[in-house]
Structures are given as C-alpha cells and as structure tokens.
Design a protein around this ligand. Sequence first.
Ligand code: NAD
Length: 475
Amino acid sequence: MKTYPMYLAGEFREKQNQIAVEDPYTTEVFAQIPQADPQDLTECIEKARAAQQAWEQTPLQERADLVSGVSNIILDHLKELAEIESREIGKPIKETLLVDVPLAAQCFAYYGSLLKDFPASLSAPRADTVDMVQYLPFGVAGIFLPYNVPLMIFGFNAAAALAAGNAVIVKLSEYGSLSLLTLAKYLHELEFPRGLINFVTGEGPIIGKALAASDVDIISFTGSGDTLHQIFHQITKPKKLLCELGGVNVMAIFADADQEEALENLLASTFMKQGQMCIGTSVALVAEDIYDEFMALLVGKTEKIKMGNPLSSTTHMGPLRSKGHLEKVMDKVARLKKRGQVITGGKRIETQGYFFAPTIIEIGEMIYEECFDPILLVKKCKQKEIEMLIEDNPTGLVLQIWTRDIKKAHALALKAHCGTVWVNTFAQMDTSMPFGGCKESGWGRVLGKWGLFEYLQPKHIGFCFAKSQASGWFG
Ligand code: NAD
C-alpha cells in the first residue's frame, strides 16, 4: 500500500494518523493519506505568508512563466495523473485523459498568458492629478476542493489565485486527493517560492474546519450547500468567500429539438462521471408532443451503457466513489419511488465495486433536487410549463435549452437567472469564458478574466499636484 504525503510549507509530510483510500472498483484499500492537524495548518499559513510576499514582488513576466509552467508539467504527466484520478474516484479513464486533466493544464496556460498582457496598474492622467489603479492580491487563499474533479477545480482556482499573486492552501477532499498529491512532487521541481503552494489532506470536519476558522485572507469553496452552511459558522473573521455549489440543472427539450442530438447530450450530461458532476442534468423537461418517442430512445440507449473497470478504455460508467455514497443513492431512490416511477435502473449492481445502475425516474410534480448521482428525473411538459419551471428553479448553475427555434432559445436564455446557458450543446466550456452559479448555486466566477479578478483587489491611488477639490470647502 502506498503512502502519499501531503505537501505543505515547502516539504512533504507524513503523519502517524492516516486515512485509508479505497478503490471503489475493487473495494481494496490501496493507499493512505495523512490526517493533518491544526498545528500543521498554522505552520503552513506562516510559511505561505512569507512565500506570498516574495511572489507578489516577482516581476509579472516571471510569474507568468512559472504559472504557465504548471500546464506543461500536468501535460508531461497526463497519463499518470489521469490514471490515479480515475482509479481513486471511479471515473472512466476516457474522461480524465481527454477532459479533466487537460482542462486543468489549460487553466494554467490561460492564466499565464493572460498575465503577460495584464497591466500591473492603470492610470488616468490629467493636468493636476493622476489616478492609478493598482491590483492587490488578497494574500493567502484557502481553497476547498470537492472529490469529483480535483485537478480541474484546482486549475480553475489555483491558476487564477497564483497568477493574481496569492499563495494557496488547498484543502483536498478526503475522497479525491491522490492526483494532486502526485502532482505535488512535480510542482516541487518548479521554482515557486517554497510554501507558496500547499496541499493539505484530512477529514473535512477536522482540517476543513480549521482552515475555515484560520486567518487565511480569502476562501474559495467548491462543494455542497450543506457543507457551506457549516463553513459559514466556522469562519471567525470577515473575509471574501467565493462559492461554487451544485444545482438542479434542467435540460429543456422542446418539440422542435433535434431529438438525436438532444438525446446524446442528455445521456452525457446525466451519466458522465456516474452523474457526480456539477454541470450534470438533474431533470429533463420533455415536450409532451415528442415525449413517448423520446423516452423510448432514451431508455434504449441508457440500458446499453457499459459499466466496468474505470481504467478500461471501453468503460462508459464506473462505480460510485464510496460505499457511503452508494447507500445514500439507494435511500434516495427509495424516497423518490413515492413521488415517481422508476422506468429503468433504480438498483445497485450486485457485483464487485460500488456500482449503481443508470436510472430514469418519471415524475408528475416537479422536484427541485440536485442529482449528483446516476439518476435522471424526467417530466412530460407543455411548452409554457417548461418556461415556468425554469423560472421557479431555486438554483442557477447550468441550463440546457434544446430547440430549433433560435428566437425562443434566445428569449429564454436572456431571462434565465443562471451562470451558464447552453443552447443545443453541453459542456461547451472555455478557459476564457466565466463559470459559476446564481441563486442557491453560489456566487463568484472562475475562469476567464472574471476568475482572475476574484483573486485581486483593485486599489485606487490618487495624486494631486495642485489644490485639491476639498480645499476651501468651509470657506
Ligand atoms: P462536500 O461539501 O462534501 O466537500 C467539499 C469540501 O469541503 C471537501 O474538501 C471536504 O473535505 C470539505 N468539508 C466537508 N465537511 C466539512 C466541514 N464540516 N467543515 C469544513 N470542510 C468540510 O462536497 P463533495 O461531496 O466533495 O462535492 C460534491 C458537491 O460539490 C456537489 O454538490 C457538486 O455539485 C458540488 N460541485 C460544484 C462544482 C462547481 O463548480 N459549482 C464543481 C464540483 C462539485
């Protein structure tokens, strides 16, 4: 069994107290990670502060080159990182190799290049005054990662935070640590100030709580709404909090949609990563005119999904991340059975590993509940009802609209209170485009220039070379 040390204060550290890492496919414990204690964190923050001060003074071009360099090392070790992330989390290797790990690399390349064109300060000179904007980093950023896409969310946040001149303390999920602990040994070879980048491992209620309560200067949290509530109570002094939560993502399929394309994208958005995907579809609202035909195709294709070893290139779906998650999904289906009808799936697969069958549940009344699992709720709707249900959604992460009527799609997209609207497409993400939630899905944005600005504070400096506007105010 391999022991993965954490990476903090510029060194690799093991602990007496370890957390076992289980392979969700074989159910064997194959690795262990340290349980950090609050003392580790105090030391880590101290070192990160010193490193951040040096980093902030590093010339922009040099900073840009180092940030871009992370992209290269991720790509140099693409296969190793993809394999370990797939093995630990159960995601098919095709997803980690082609999407998750490359996207993390792209984030560092993007923010490195953005920095090269970024003005360190902007000025608006006039005859007697000069006004400048200086961009300040916050200092030390505490970044909480979820388990499903650790490298990707690290890329979304840490690339921007570092480019902006901050140090980062990354709290890894106890269910998704190994790819970043593997990356740490390669990051150590780069010439970042020691202690600038840290990976802390351990249970959320212990070390996550300590990080939330610590004096880091900004917190970025990606995870569930329930954990966010706890973090609210743990934070001890005012600080900026960026929140990327889940959503009840709706896919609206109108009668004039390209049904074949809609079907392909519905399957991908529901069952990729076994549904453990924040951009995944929770509810499909299908126009009544095409409902029966569409459902027949959907069920047919769902039942052909191949489940198996996440490390095999022919696997479509792997196991759920943990036994605990599998049990929660079984309870959820039992509960949903009282409000809908299971059309396919609805049960665990009795084999080695934490497999749950891809599941479709037909509902009569709308249910606004995130499906962070291989469950899709489907509702037959009239056109007006689709529009109303989109509007009533208490969350606002992703909306998919499927129609050939571009005017209707445009009107709906403009009206939606949502971070991302995809019209006749899914997962059209780009490092230069913003991503994040509205309403109960959170606030703040990652990616693009918006992601960089989240980690910067603009400061106004005003010079006056004559009498100021206030002078003589009182006569
Ligand atoms: P989670 O809330 O269980 O855990 C997130 C992080 O919080 C982990 O690092 C965990 O260790 C830590 N944590 C857990 N309990 C804590 C506590 N009591 N105090 C302090 N820290 C604690 O989330 P998860 O299960 O890892 O991820 C799934 C959720 O994340 C889903 O709701 C999903 O939609 C969301 N998500 C959102 C995005 C996005 O970009 N919007 C991306 C991925 C996942």
